[in-house]
Design a protein around this ligand. Structure first.
Ligand code: TPP
Ligand code: DXP
Ligand code: MG
Length: 633
């Protein structure tokens, strides 16, 4: 029987021998490689977390002691050790285990948000709560070196360092990478800590020698090891953490479980906030991941991936870069995933990786624009949320010509609720002067990106979906900025004006076909620029019985809402039905499965409209469904 099968929960770990623990670590790595290669997910980060997770669960008592994982993508081992090994095959599948912590799955899971750099703030709050409630519980926060480059982490450290009596242990999982090697002064400092051979060797020497004198040895080693500014300052530049007033333990070999346990017990004994600096290798134990230059298999990348929206953007930006020396690119630690790597290869001096620091990225872009450059900021749509204030009041207020390219907009699916790009076309509607484009296919990505970088007195935004780019849908006419994609076969009644937004233009074409089969006259348009609302769209709407909008964004405050407002403001009484993502946190599943689930498919939308049009109840065309914010079906 495998050791893993004997582990029903963390308590079982405490009974295992060193040999059994070594066997268990090997078994876990086999399960990770075998399963994640099939299901997809974060293989590299989790291979690097085996010994740390074992040590965490052997030294602390989850869930009484609370374990908080930053970003949460590195919790597969935690799941295997907390009673979910039997379900691990269902990882990231619809109805199966989430790829991130899930309170619904286990009492051992707490933080579900996959946005980085939040763990220390949660931990600060939790530890304060336990102190106030006089609960003798530890909080253990695991954060990566990448997560530490996020501003929130330093806001939290500033508070934690001042709270000497918080029972809080911070484990920095330092593998030197986010996706790519971690950048900035912090990375350099962590490197100086982890690569100072003298410090480690001398400590080992002391430990070995002192260890031979049982009565004096271990306590003496503890004193030496715990000494604040003496031994360490002399041997390794401490600076940062200790100068902040934080106890620092390490650097510890993050793949030596025993050493980790010693360090965590040492940290636990301080009774106040401590940083344990664990040095790991992303992908450890699986050579293919260890040697993967791009990102150590941060995410399993499917072999021969079809050409995606990201690729079209990436190629077009390089072309623009050649003709526009003022164009620069900014990434928040996601050079490859956002398609900026090609631009970086071509223009290394005009590409800036700021770490996982979206807020800094956006305001730094404002500075670059004020300095005469035209920044293109590449982000995943959901991560823009974090930098909304910077976009609103650092970029838009000053009318800075910054172009934002939001990848993974709309339903992304298997990374769960916090990864769906369902917020941007709602929050961006309130930004004065901002121009928002939603390309429907690869050709429009090229077209709209070139139009966007020409705007130098306002922020411009392009947003497109995850995955394979759609086939080009050519327009049959252009009215103002509007592309007409389909007119009725004959001069049939102008029953429905279908507004397909971005990737939903293809869905709109499918809906049109289905409606025409029921004898309705349908015109399909793609606004291309969805903000501000095109006056030509408002004019056109006046001639139709019903306007229908379809968008891959939350319904609340989305494009449908804004177009309806523009119709009302212009006195156009044509009723409007808006289809979009229901304003809910969506369970993880593949994108197509989620779209099916929420009714954002051609078949479902066509059924709804047919039902509404054939209800013969003219009011039906005017009254929204009394069910309120029902799912968009
Ligand atoms: C706010 C935010 N921006 C970007 C990401 C995308 N992202 C997911 S994991 C990751 C790298 C995390 O690096 P690190 O914290 O060092 O953890 P590791 O993967 O190395 O274990 C990034 C950038 C995110 N989750 N949150
Ligand atoms: C954990 C994280 O934020 C990213 O690694 C996320 O998994 C992105 O996934 P895709 O790049 O596959 O959209
Ligand atoms: Mg890292």
């Amino acid at each position: 029987m495998r050791v893993l099968e004997t582990v029903g929960g963390p308590a079982d770990l405490k009974k295992l021998t060193d040999q059994q623990l070594a066997d268990l670590a090997a078994e876990i790595r086999d399960v990770l490689v075998e399963t994640v290669s099939r299901t997809g997910g974060h293989l590299g980060p989790n291979l690097g977390m085996v010994e740390i997770t074992l040590a965490m669960h052997r030294v602390f008592d989850s869930p009484r002691d609370r374990l908080v994982f930053d970003t949460g993508h590195q919790t597969y081992v935690h799941k295997l050790l907390t009673g979910r090994a039997g379900q691990f095959d269902s990882l990231r599948q619809q109805g199966g285990l989430s790829g991130y912590p899930s309170q619904a799955e286990s009492e051992h899971d707490l933080v579900e948000n996959s946005h980085a750099s939040t763990a220390l703030s949660y931990a600060d709050g939790l530890a304060k709560a336990y102190r106030l409630r006089k609960e003798d519980r530890y909080v253990v926060a695991l954060i990566g070196d990448g997560g530490l480059t996020g501003g929130m982490a330093w806001e939290a450290l500033n508070n934690i360092a001042a709270a000497k009596d918080l029972k809080l242990v911070i484990i920095v999982n330092d593998n030197g990478r986010s996706y790519s090697p971690t950048v900035g002064g912090l990375a350099t400092h962590l490197t100086s800590l982890r690569t100072n051979p003298r410090y480690e060797k001398i400590l080992d020497l002391i430990k070995k020698n002192l260890g031979r004198t049982p009565y004096v040895g271990p306590p003496m080693y503890e004193v030496l090891h715990g000494v604040k500014k003496g031994l360490k300052d002399m041997l390794a530049p401490q600076g940062m953490f200790e100068d902040l007033g934080l106890k620092y333990v390490g650097p510890v070999d993050g793949h030596d479980r025993q050493a980790l346990e010693d360090a965590l017990r040492n940290a636990k004994s301080f009774g106040g906030p401590v940083i344990v600096h664990a040095v790991t290798q992303k992908g450890f134990g699986y050579p293919a991941a260890e040697q993967d230059e791009e990102d150590n298999f941060h995410q399993i990348r499917p072999a021969n991936k079809p050409r995606g929206w990201t690729d079209v953007f990436s190629d077009e930006l390089v072309k623009i870069g050649h003709r526009r020396p003022d164009v620069v690119a900014i990434t928040a630690a996601m050079l490859h995933p956002t398609g900026l790597a090609a631009f970086a290869d071509e223009f290394p001096d005009r590409t800036f990786d700021v770490g996982i620091a979206e807020q800094h990225a956006v305001t730094s872009a404002a500075g670059l624009a004020m300095g005469g450059m035209h920044p293109v900021v590449g982000l995943y749509a959901t991560f823009l949320n974090r930098a909304f204030d910077q976009l609103l009041l650092d970029v838009a207020l000053h009318k800075c010509g910054v172009t934002f390219v939001l990848d993974r907009a709309g339903v992304t699916g298997d990374d769960g609720a916090s990864h769906n790009g369902m917020w941007d076309m709602s929050i961006l509607q309130v930004v004065p002067g901002l121009r928002l484009a939603a390309p429907r296919d690869g050709k429009r990505v090229q077209e709209l990106l070139n139009e966007a970088v020409e705007v130098d007195d306002a922020p411009t935004v392009l947003r497109f979906a995850k995955g394979e780019v759609f086939e080009d849908i050519e327009a049959v006419d252009r009215i103002g900025q509007l592309d007409v994609l389909k007119r009725p076969a004959s001069d049939a009644a102008k029953d429905v004006l279908l507004v397909g937004i971005g990737s939903m233009a293809a869905t709109a074409m499918d809906v049109a076909q289905r409606l025409e089969a029921h004898g309705f006259g349908v015109t399909v348009v793609d606004p291309r620029w969805v903000k501000p609302v095109d006056p030509k769209l408002v004019e056109l709407a006046a001639d139709f019985t019903l306007v229908v909008t379809i968008e891959d964004n939350g319904r609340a405050g989305g494009c449908g809402t804004m177009i309806a407002q523009a119709l009302r403001d212009a006195g156009v009484r044509t009723p409007l039905r808006d289809f979009g993502i229901p304003q809910q946190f969506l369970e993880h599943a593949k994108r197509a499965a989620v779209l099916q689930e929420i009714g954002l498919t051609g078949q479902e939308v066509a059924r709804e409209i047919t039902e509404q049009l054939t209800r013969h109840d003219s009011d039906a065309l005017n009254q929204p469904d009394p069910a309120g914010d029902r799912p968009s079906t």
